[in-house]
Ligand binder design. Structure first.
Ligand code: ADP
Length: 397
């Protein structure tokens, strides 16, 4: 069976086609600037040249129509007709408390995704637009929702509840949810294989360090704790997000800078983090370069970044009562070996010792700990789309 994986954002649609007979990727692509003048589709069929199509598209339905045309194109398509696609897997950011695993989308699931609009206003509405566009164009196949929050639903109340008046939870569902669950799940599972240990017996700390970043403490496949919270703003320092701060800073700066709610949201989500501190960029590569040529604020941003990750490693080691491995993944975690090295520096007391020569790799599955390191340090490229394809296949075969 071939599975179409769709990740619809507010103005973009990412897609992949995976052949489940051997889990091989047939094509991937991106429609960018949907609903904005200058829409572009970049299609990468495996083994063929990349195709770029520029055509203004008013909405997600028109965007998906173009994707289907491209996928079935005689020259650069990867299927003869859409009948070859057995099911469609959709990335959905927020499943609230209703979903601890992937599900076939029916009216109740659509309602649940809609019910989360309030707590995920930037993500769930475009996710649902993508689902509805695909359902209209492919009414005869299963559509499956794979939630970023689902894997974290194993957390116990002491880890997901905030110390707020209880009504915040009861009336408004204010609690920690956690995100990037599909990625944490994939790498934790791969880590167990690399360690040659049953998944149920592994204690793993996963570090998904991309532009958005989060960590998770996982015991026997169950998430004990994760660093993102009610929204993706909490936790680590990210490209443009502050991560953990004293919440009183929000009220203070709203008053001092005269920010309304939406401006404040923008300030902490889009103008903070590595960009805010360094004033250089949100991209760690630019910041590393600036720091190495003497930019002190870039160096400060990096030091805050490393320090925050270390705090979470310590906290998660305590919560798990030790761990078998750290796993680095996503853009920074897979490629930024200098960043990995700085994070793991001076953690010998916790049994974490990196082989800094072995560590000089990018984007490969590898153990970069020293022989005598008690805790293994793994680099594992993530593959969220494969998890979506697998879950979709398993629910549809
Ligand atoms: P997201 O999916 O959250 O947008 P990715 O996981 O694709 O992010 O990661 C993108 C980030 O990876 C970039 O912002 C960049 O900072 C970082 N990155 C990529 N390559 C390197 C590298 N060689 N060194 C450090 N950071 C890198």
């Amino acid at each position: 069976m071939k599975i179409l994986v769709v990740n619809a954002g507010s103005s973009s649609i990412k897609y992949q086609v995976v052949d489940m007979t051997d889990e091989s990727l047939l094509a991937k692509g991106l429609v960018d600037r949907v609903g904005i003048p200058g829409t572009t589709l970049e299609h990468e069929p495996v083994g063929k040249d990349e195709v770029v199509i520029k055509k203004d598209l008013p909405d997600h339905t028109e965007g998906m129509k173009l994707v289907l045309e491209v996928l079935t194109n005689e020259e650069y398509g990867v299927v003869k007709s859409m009948d070859e696609i057995g099911a469609v897997g959709h990335r959905v950011v927020h499943g609230g408390e209703d979903f601890s695993e992937s599900v076939i989308i029916d009216d109740n699931v659509v309602k649940a995704i809609r019910d989360c609009f309030d707590i995920a206003p930037l993500h769930n509405p475009p996710n649902l637009m993508g689902i509805e566009a695909c359902q209209n164009l492919m009414p005869n196949v299963n559509h499956v929702a794979v939630f970023d929050t689902a894997f974290h639903q194993t957390m116990e109340p002491e880890n997901y509840m905030y110390a707020l008046p209880y009504e915040a939870y009861e009336k408004f569902k204010v609690r920690r949810y956690g995100f990037h669950g599909t990625s944490h799940k994939y790498v934790a599972d791969r880590a167990a294989s690399m360690l040659g240990k049953p998944y149920e017996d592994c204690k793993v700390i996963t570090l998904h360090l991309g532009n958005g970043a989060s960590m998770a403490a996982i015991d026997g496949g169950n998430v004990v704790d994760t660093s993102m919270g009610f929204t993706p703003l909490q936790g680590l320092v990210m490209g443009t997000r502050s991560g953990d701060i004293d919440p009183a800073i929000v009220f203070f700066l709203m008053e001092k800078l005269g920010l309304d709610f939406s401006e404040a949201n923008n300030y902490f989500n889009k103008k903070s983090g590595m960009l805010g501190v360094s004033g250089v960029s949100n991209d760690l590569r630019d910041i590393l370069e600036a720091a190495s040529s003497g930019n002190e604020r870039a160096q400060l941003a990096l030091d805050i970044y490393y320090n925050r990750v270390k705090s979470y490693i310590g906290s998660y080691m305590a919560k798990l009562n030790g761990c078998d491995c750290l796993v680095f993944t996503a853009g920074v975690g897979e490629n930024g070996y200098d960043i990995r090295e700085n994070i793991c520096k001076d953690l010998e007391f916790l049994g974490i010792k990196m082989d800094t020569e072995k560590n000089k790799v990018r984007g490969k599955e590898v153990d970069v700990a020293t022989e005598d390191s008690k805790v293994r340090i793994l680099v594992i490229p993530t593959n969220e789309e494969l998890v979506i394809a697998r879950d979709t296949y398993n629910l549809s075969k």
